[in-house]
Every structure is written in C-alpha cells, then in structure tokens.
Write a protein that binds this ligand. Structure first.
Ligand SMILES: NC(=O)C1=CN([C@@H]2O[C@H](COP(=O)(O)OP(=O)(O)OC[C@H]3O[C@@H](n4cnc5c(N)ncnc54)[C@H](OP(=O)(O)O)[C@@H]3O)[C@@H](O)[C@H]2O)C=CC1
Ligand SMILES: O=C(O)C1=N[C@H](C(=O)O)C[C@H](O)C1
Length: 240
C-alpha cells in the first residue's frame, strides 16, 4: 500500500518505520516546510495525519475533497465531528479517527465503560482521571482522557460532564468528573482512572512504553480503511 504521511514529527517518523516494516511504501511526507498545498495527495492509497489541532480540519477537507482515504490521529477536534461526518458522506469519502490507536488503550476503553456501569450504583466511589504526557504536547486534557471521561459519563449516572486542569486537580461540583493533566519530559502517554471511597481505591491504568503502539495501530487502521467508504474508529478495526 502507498501511504502519505501528513505530519512527519514524533508520530510521523514512528509510523514511517512501522509502515516500511509491514511492506508499505511512503509516497510523501508533509510537515511545516512541505505543506499540504504543495503535494498531490492522491499519489497515496491512504494518508495518515498526525499534526496539530489547528491544522487537522483543513487537512481532512483537502483529503476528502481530493478523494484520499485518511486516518486521523491528531487530537482535540472532536467538536467538529458533525461537520467532518457530513463532508465524508457528501463526498462518498473514507475517514478513520481515534484519540488513541494503541490496542492496550482500546481494551482499556472497553473495560472503563464496564467498570463505569458497575460503579453507577455505588456513588460513594468518586471517579477521577489522571493523564501524563511529554511537555511538547499542545492539547490538554489528552484526547484519550476525554474519551475515557465520555465512557464514564455515558455509563455512570453519577457523572454528566468533565472538568480538567493542568498541574492540579480541578475543584468540581456534583456530577462533574475531575481530570488532571500532568506534563513531564519524555512521557509517551499514561492514563489512570481511579474510584475512591473512604474504604478503598480501585485503579485502572495504561502506560505506553513508547509511541510504537500508536504508530502500529494507525498503520493497521490504514490497512482496514482501504476500499471502504464512511467514517470509522478503532472500535471498527478491533471489532469490539
Ligand atoms: N491518536 C493517537 O493514538 C495519537 C495521537 N497523537 C496526536 O498526534 C498529533 C501529533 O503528535 P506528534 O507527532 O507528537 O507531534 P509533533 O509536534 O512531533 O509533529 C507535528 C507535525 O506537524 C507538522 N506541521 C506543523 N505545521 C504544519 C503545517 N502548517 N502543515 C503541515 N504539517 C505541519 C510538524 O512539522 P515540522 O516537523 O516541520 O515541525 C510535525 O511534522 C497531536 O495532536 C497528538 O495529540 C499523538 C500520539 C498518538
Ligand atoms: O500527544 C501525544 O503524545 C498523545 N496524544 C494522544 C492523546 O491526546 O490522547 C494519544 C497518546 O496519549 C499520545
């Protein structure tokens, strides 16, 4: 498969290595010096986009209007999912997005929803989410933390919204789920959900050891997307 890389930073480089190991070729690499306007996107069978929240919607629009299937890893654009879904439908396009492409985190998403449902009838347990990432990360809280919070809100009647702060825990009102974002050098991504009562604490945690899991998941997602039409997520790839 011919893959176009939109974003050739920390993730783009990890994806290139894993794509080549899996027998794919790289058609182009887009970064701040070689931007999307300078490249014929449909040279590639599929594009994989990991850039920045401020760029991703323009990149999606360009890929979909030029008929290029695209895998989106960039985070912090979910409020535009309605616009993006409409665009994909109108152009009979193909797009796959995920806040986290690692298999381990997608298993965590599944367990998180089940635990949230079990905890719904135990309001004495207070939930919280902590995420730790490298200091270059532009968005906070992480897309993964937001997905985890949504999984709790949809399955636990004690929570109806989330509130986040960087570097400390937010003060919350009843029904608000607290998220703390921590930034430390070199951390690829660690997410911890805990439920604490006066009696005990129950904890679910995922710690990425490198970016390889995110990169491998995005290449597997690109392989899945080839020949399909519509909007997909890692749930479709992993058939959860
Ligand atoms: N869904 C998932 O599993 C994961 C998602 N992410 C998300 O992916 C995104 C990228 O992360 P990461 O690779 O660490 O970030 P980096 O900052 O390392 O890379 C960003 C890339 O975007 C490029 N870029 C900057 N400006 C432009 C522009 N105008 N046009 C085209 N490209 C441009 C940069 O170019 P240059 O190199 O020239 O500066 C760089 O190659 C983030 O949103 C992050 O949250 C990250 C990991 C996993
Ligand atoms: O920016 C990152 O590095 C990561 N971003 C994603 C997120 O926002 O959840 C996924 C992963 O945690 C790494």
């Amino acid at each position: 498969m011919k893959i176009g890389l939109i974003g050739y930073g920390k993730m783009g480089k990890a994806i290139e290595r894993i794509a080549l190991e899996r027998g794919h070729t790289i058609s182009y690499k887009i970064d701040s010096k070689n931007t999307i306007d300078q490249v014929q996107l449909n040279q590639a069978d599929v594009a994989i986009e990991f850039t920045q929240p401020s760029l991703v919607i323009n990149h999606i629009e360009q890929c979909i209007s030029q008929g290029t299937p695209v895998v989106i890893g960039t985070t912090a654009w979910q409020e535009q999912l309605g616009h993006v879904s409409k665009l994909v439908a109108e152009n009979n396009g193909a797009l796959l997005h995920a806040s986290n492409f690692s298999v381990g985190v997608n298993i965590l998403f599944n367990i998180n929803e089940k635990l949230a449902a079990l905890m719904s009838t135990h309001p004495d347990y207070k939930a919280q989410i902590e995420e730790i990432h490298h200091i270059q990360k532009l968005d906070a809280p992480s897309g993964t933390a937001v997905s985890l919070a949504q999984g709790i809100i949809e399955n636990n009647e004690n929570y109806s919204s989330w509130k986040a702060e960087t570097g400390s825990w937010p003060t919350v009102n009843t029904g608000e789920l607290p998220i703390q974002a921590i930034r430390e050098p070199e951390v690829p991504g660690t997410h911890t959900i805990s439920y604490t009562s006066t009696i005990d604490t129950l904890t679910l945690s995922h710690e990425a050891h490198s970016r390889d899991g995110f990169a491998l998941g995005s290449v597997i997602a690109a392989e899945f997307l080839l020949g399909k039409k519509g909007v997909f997520t890692m749930r479709d790839v992993l058939a959860f």
